[in-house]
Design a protein. Structure first.
Length: 108
């Protein structure tokens, strides 16, 4: 029976039990999808292509409420009539897309 610490059953070694955290006994890095390292998000397409994700604004959906401006930890979002995201400053953390009431922000 796994101990829940990633070491697995007695004598079988790491990555054989349920584990805890991101690895959950499967090891980290396999498969495809979105990975997060620190406060940056990356899209992993294959073993050789890694693309850093950035927040993208759908200008037609944005109502200019400003909620995203207040939650951005790196101040990458400004507001005139609608939000504007500075792609050079954006770290791709995704906080803004989680608070946007109109779902006008996505990571790409």
């Amino acid at each position: 029976m796994p101990r829940g610490d990633g070491t697995g059953p007695s004598g079988l070694g790491p990555r054989t039990g349920r584990g805890k955290g991101l690895g959950r006994g499967r090891g980290i890095g396999g498969g495809t999808g979105i990975r997060q390292y620190g406060n940056r998000s990356f899209s992993v397409r294959d073993e050789t292509t890694i693309t850093e994700l950035k927040a993208i604004l759908d200008q037609e959906r944005c109502t200019g409420c400003g909620v995203c401006v207040g939650v951005c930890p790196v101040n990458a979002i400004t507001l005139n009539d609608i939000a504007k995201i500075d792609k050079d400053t954006c770290t791709g953390c995704g906080i803004c897309l989680n608070v946007c009431p109109t779902q006008a922000i996505s990571l790409k």
